[in-house]
Design a protein around this ligand. Sequence first.
Ligand SMILES: [Zn+2]
Ligand SMILES: [Zn+2]
Length: 205
Amino acid sequence: MYLREKFSLRTSHRHRYHYHRCYQFTNNSRRNIIVTKTRVMNSTTRNNALTNNEGERIVNGSCYCGKCELTVIGKPIAVSICHCTICRRLSGGPFSIQSLHERAKFSCTVQANDLWSIQSSDNVQRFRCKECGSPLYATIGKAKTFVVARSCLKGIEKDDLDFRAQHHLHYSQRVIDIEDDLPKFVGTCAPGRSIPWTPEKSRVQ
Ligand SMILES: [Zn+2]
Ligand SMILES: [Zn+2]
C-alpha cells in the first residue's frame, strides 16, 4: 500500500486497462493505494528492494492476522532498541526494536480510530490490531513521527543497513545484557537529555 502521491503508473495510456486490475484505492478518501505486489516487483525492483518512482525504498508489513497492513517509504530517521519497562510490558519481550518515520513516509490500511490504542506516556500513543493484538506503531508528539514496530515489517534481512539498530535506549532498565558495539543510553537519546550508559552508571540506577 502506498500514499497516493508516492504512486504513479509507468505505462502508456494504451496499457492502463491492464494495470487497472493491479491497484485499487483504499476507501479512506483515496489517500492510499494498494498495489498488487507481484506487479510492483516486476516493474520497480532495484537491488532486491521495492522502490517508488523517486527511488525511495518501500517496505511493507502487517500484523499477525493480516488485517492491518503497513508501508514505510525511504530510510528510517532512526532505528532504536528500547529496553524501557513500558516497551517491555506492552511488547511481551525483553526489549523492542522500532524504526522512526516521518508522517508522510508512513501509512496503514486501517485508520487509527479502528485500532486498539493506549497513551503510554504524555506524548506517546501506541496502536495495535484490534483482532490479533499485534503492536503496529506509536505516534510521538502531534503524530509528526511514527515509530513502527520492527516485528511487523517484512522483507528486512538481519544485516540490512537501512534498518540496522543504531543504539540502545533506557539500557539502565534492561532485563538482559546485550554485548554489542552500539551506543547505549541510560534513558533517551534526545539531544540535550541523553546520558551515555556505562557499567558504573548502571549500578547507580
Ligand atoms: Zn491483526
Ligand atoms: Zn521503550
